[in-house]
Design a protein around this ligand. Structure first.
Ligand SMILES: [Fe+2]
Length: 420
């Protein structure tokens, strides 16, 4: 048994047979748009979720041949999905491993009838393996065939690919419909998220509402989040929600920091909410794994992303000491892109041959992006603005290029830089 705070997670069983649900389960419901979580106004009792698929699906931990598809169900019993290459090919069915999670906290959301409620939930994970590299797959869940998505496997070094950056996603406040349609309509192969994944504090969303509003992102590409300060805003939120949904999303690390590889580009997610200074386990891990990555065949360059910015002209502090500490590693090992969130808007700095983005415009209350424009680094800020945004970044041989869109789908910035 794995114990996370007061959250108990029990791995119950594997399902590889033909039955998707336990024999005593009712027939699948119409889907996640049911009235999950609505408080019974007659007696005020806590709501009872009966959805076959109550949150998700989403995909984490993708490399060239493996991927993990996750979702939450309110029903006991097994689950399964079918998947096939988008370009055509045989469909394959695979059962899920199911973990029972007992959630002890209620997170009610003012002005919303859908909160996150204490109770027993069933987390499903399908660990796919022996996939083909450089291949995009479509999948659908057997418990609810309207719950479907896509993901792509990682590419070998040298191949071109596109990924998305977004941070501070608060879709209960800022409407991200057009932004997500714009970004995911262009089919990026992975999303890196700068943290502050969901905002209870905005008073406008729960994880239940967030999961519905962020479906295009979650279902459009593999998801690799960093941890932000809003992952801790409610008691046991990290244990009962964040860890349950996003635990161990990458490789060679843990839920706080990890790495992944795509097309010879190595991505490193760091956690600015825990110790990352000189001598910290996190910095030691980063230095060791970055050095190791550069020795891998086909290493091109690295992308590092995290929540609180090392540099910003917006209305928050910047991490001068951390930037000074990490810069030598970035220089030595060819880190060519650094992405942060936390500041709710957009910034692009160019320092020598390294691009630094602030990609924190996922719907949260916009920041004052020029509040500290007198900082000396701000002369190297090439683009900025207080608008909701996400960026698509395409890596090609010898080049990295970014295009940033706002919430109306308008192009707001673009850049092209030379990379190894
Ligand atoms: Fe933040």
């Amino acid at each position: 048994m794995r114990r996370l705070g007061s959250l108990s997670v029990f791995v119950l069983f594997f399902v590889t047979g033909t039955a998707a649900c336990g024999g005593d389960d009712p027939a699948p419901s119409a889907g996640p748009s049911d009235a999950e979580g609505e408080v019974d106004e007659e007696d005020g009792a806590l709501p009872k979720c009966e959805l076959a698929v109550s949150k998700g699906p989403w995909v984490v931990a993708v490399d060239g041949t493996t991927a993990k598809v996750r979702w939450e169900s309110c029903r006991s019993g097994g689950g399964a999905l079918t998947f096939a290459p988008e370009a055509g090919g045989a469909s394959t069915r695979q059962g899920s491993a199911v973990s029972q999670a007992i959630v002890t906290t209620n997170n009610e959301v003012p002005f919303r009838r859908t909160g996150d409620w204490a109770g027993t939930y069933f987390m499903h994970e399908v660990a796919l393996k022996d996939l083909a590299p450089s291949t995009c797959y479509a999948y659908a869940l057997e418990q609810d065939t309207t719950a479907k998505g896509r993901f792509c496997t990682a590419r070998p070094s040298g191949e071109s690919f596109t990924f998305a950056t977004i941070g501070d996603t608060n879709p209960g406040l800022g409407d991200l419909t057009v932004l997500q349609d714009t970004i995911y309509g262009k089919k990026p192969e992975l999303t890196v998220h700068m943290g502050d994944i969901q905002y209870y504090s905005s008073g406008l969303e729960s994880y239940g509402t967030w999961m519905e509003l962020m479906r295009p992102m979650l279902r459009g590409a593999a998801f690799f989040p960093a941890i932000g300060n809003h992952e801790f805003e409610k008691p046991l939120e990290r244990e009962e929600y964040v860890e349950r949904f996003w635990g161990n999303p990458g490789f060679d690390g843990n839920s706080d920091y990890y790495r992944l590889q795509w097309g010879g580009v190595w991505f490193f997610a760091l956690n600015t909410e825990i110790e990352m200074g000189d001598g910290s386990p996190q910095m030691k891990w980063f230095a060791e794994k970055l050095d190791d990555a550069t020795k891998k065949p086909g290493y091109r360059f690295a992308v590092v992303y995290f929540h609180r910015p090392f540099v910003t002209c917006g209305d928050t502090d910047q991490k001068d000491a951390l930037r000074k500490l990490y810069q030598p590693l970035f220089t030595k090992y060819a880190v060519k892109l650094v992405v942060a969130g936390h500041v709710h808007g957009y910034e692009r700095f160019e320092f020598d041959d390294v691009t630094w983005l602030t990609s924190g415009g996922g719907g949260a209350k916009l920041s004052k992006m020029d509040a500290n424009v007198s900082r000396p680094e701000c002369v190297d800020r090439k683009a900025s603005g207080a608008f909701w945004n996400a960026t698509l970044i395409t890596v090609k041989p010898g080049e990295i290029a970014g295009v940033t869109y706002d919430a109306k789908g308008a192009l707001r910035d673009s850049f092209t830089r030379v990379v190894p």
